[in-house]
Design a protein. Structure first.
Length: 143
């Protein structure tokens, strides 16, 4: 009896952690309905698909992709640009370990069998470059 209550409590806690940590375009839209409602239908469709476009502002990028994993600033004679970098973690043989959100909360990549997978590396999934708060370039892998 005590074991089944423990298992039930553990499963509920795990579900809560995953639900709170998992960020999708739909959950971000639900948190910011006013910002989403101001967009054109074409922009809304892109954001629902997790896509960004040239000319998007920072809030639109956050709706589509979430918070960046890293931010880099580049200074040139033409001015400053900011790159928002979204990464995935992979095993040395290319198998994905997790996608993006996990390390923002706990600092380590998630691997289902053990937490400290020794042969892992970050792979840049998407880089969004902004100037004056607007997207001027998008670098991403082709599927």
């Amino acid at each position: 009896m005590k074991t089944s209550k423990f298992v039930l409590l553990f499963a509920a806690a795990l579900g809560l952690v995953l639900a709170v940590g998992c960020s999708t375009p739909e959950t971000r839209i639900q948190k910011n309905p006013d910002a989403f409602a101001r967009l054109t239908p074409a922009q809304q469709d892109m954001i629902r698909k997790g896509q960004v476009g040239v000319g998007f502002d920072e809030s639109m990028v956050r709706l589509a992709l979430g918070d960046p994993d890293r931010i880099r600033t580049r200074l040139t004679a033409a001015g400053a640009t900011v790159s928002w970098i979204y990464t995935d973690w992979e095993a040395d043989y290319g198998r994905p370990l997790y996608r993006g959100w996990y390390h923002r909360y706990w600092g380590e990549p998630f691997y289902p069998y053990y937490m400290n997978y020794p042969a892992r590396h970050a792979r840049e999934r998407t880089r969004v470059t902004l100037q004056d708060g607007k997207v001027i370039a998008i670098d991403q892998e082709n599927p």
